[in-house]
Design a protein around this ligand. Structure first.
Ligand SMILES: *Cc1c(COP(=O)(O)O)cnc(C)c1O
Length: 416
């Protein structure tokens, strides 16, 4: 596929191409940042109008029952669960990924204190998304029980880091910067051989790559809905807990929404049976309602077709950059091997920040991550082969002409 015509031909035969019409994308934009904030489903407009005007405006307090607001975390959790290999009543949509890391880590450590009271090590990757590491650090400080964080520097150091001192292994399934993807089943089995509990962060996996939590026998999982699931800016996250662990402990953010009978207004906490014990307080109903729009589109797509197209698009991107942008100091940091690649491509460039700003000014929206990394998220639901072709041609032009080297492209805003 080394001409624009062949890319257009591939678009014509793409079984997922019809899904693009479900999204509202501005003209003149090639959106390669769906791994950071997904595009807006067209249905979000009508859904938000309904929830604001009808459910809130007319239904008022009655909508907790009549519009089933109270059940939203579970109803959406069940839909989301189908995308990650979870069963019914195993997932709730709630809170943020950071908070769900706190809850799952607290529960996993509590379970391990009964099973292996001496274990005091939590293992993660130095290159994990910072909030994952920050939440672990906060937990260690809060507990004051001598826990330590053991960080590995490369995925192949993992096996060595897992021993009988380790209580919990917390990993991102797909690395936010490089796009490296762990083999969840193999890694979980390795952890289980040492009786280590696993927490998988699926922020860059859910809706992007096939995930089968049940088959992998994972223990806990969390993730975002505003990335590949197109739930909307700041949309609530999700949490999954394996059925075998769910009722062994609750979690310390034991607010009334996780109570077995919240409207008994009892003085003592009694956790709900099942996954609802992982809820804390009143949910952001407007934002949560919109999550369903993105989920419904994801459920329309066949995940194996999504994966196939994602790999074809990222392959195309890599090979076009190689063919069209050679001579420029770009270094591919995403694995070429399909088995360990997520759904984005990252390139390092000494002036990565300015190059990305120049791309954005030309309508090719990706993002920038330290150090020097240009990140291009590939969302097969609304991107085609010709989009990839056009994006690389614009990248080539920016690099060939040096047009990235303007003062405006070096200026940093608060959010990169
Ligand atoms: C995006 C991302 C998060 C975000 O966490 P929030 O609490 O939603 O801000 C967490 N973990 C990973 C791996 C991510 O990529």
């Amino acid at each position: 596929m080394q001409t624009r015509e062949s890319c257009l031909q591939a678009d014509g035969q793409d079984p997922l191409a019809r899904l693009k019409s479900h999204f509202a994308l501005p003209p003149g934009v090639i959106y390669l940042d769906g791994n950071s904030l997904g595009a807006m489903p067209r249905s979000a407009h009508a859904r938000s109008a309904r929830v604001i005007e009808q459910e809130w405006g007319v239904g008022l307090i009655r909508s907790w029952n009549s519009a089933d607001w109270f059940e939203l975390p579970s109803r959406l959790g069940n839909k989301l669960g189908r995308l990650i290999g979870a069963g019914d009543d195993e997932v709730v949509v709630t809170d943020t990924t950071s908070l769900n890391i706190f809850k799952s880590l607290a529960a996993a450590l509590r379970i391990q204190r009964q099973a292996h009271p001496a274990r005091r090590v939590i293992v993660s990757e130095r290159d994990n998304f910072p909030t994952d590491l920050y939440m672990i650090q906060g937990m260690i400080d809060l507990l004051q029980q001598g826990y330590t964080l053991r960080l590995i520097d490369a995925p192949d150091g993992l096996e060595q880091a897992i021993d009988e001192d380790v209580a919990v292994l917390l990993l991102s399934h797909v690395n936010y910067r490089t796009g490296y993807m762990h083999d969840m089943a193999v890694t979980t089995a390795m952890a289980h051989r040492c009786d280590v509990l696993t927490i998988w962060d699926l922020a860059h996996s859910a809706g992007a790559v096939p995930v089968d939590l049940a088959r992998a026998q994972a223990d806990f999982a969390v993730g975002c809905t505003y990335k590949y699931l197109n739930g909307g800016p700041g949309a609530p996250a999700f949490i999954w807990v394996a059925a075998r662990h769910r009722d062994r402990f609750w979690q310390p953010l034991s607010g009334w929404w996780g109570h077995s009978h919240p409207f008994d207004m009892a003085a003592d906490y009694q956790p709900a049976d099942g996954i609802r014990r992982y809820l804390c307080g009143t949910q952001p109903v407007v934002s949560m309602a919109l999550v369903e729009c993105g989920l419904d589109i994801a459920l329309e797509a066949d995940m194996s077709q999504v994966r196939e197209k994602s790999l074809a698009l990222t392959d195309l991107f890599i090979s076009l950059v190689q063919a069209r942008c050679h001579g420029h100091p770009l270094i591919l940091i995403t694995p070429r091997d399909h088995a360990i690649r997520g759904s984005h491509v990252s390139l390092r460039h000494p002036q990565g920040f300015a190059v990305m700003q120049a791309l954005i000014a030309r309508g090719v929206i990706g993002d920038y991550r330290e150090p020097g990394v240009l990140r291009f998220g590939v969302t097969p639901l609304y991107l085609g082969y010709a989009d990839i072709w056009d994006a690389v041609e614009i990248l080539k032009d920016i690099l060939d002409t040096g047009s990235w080297d303007r003062p405006a492209f070096h200026r940093r805003a608060r959010v990169t």
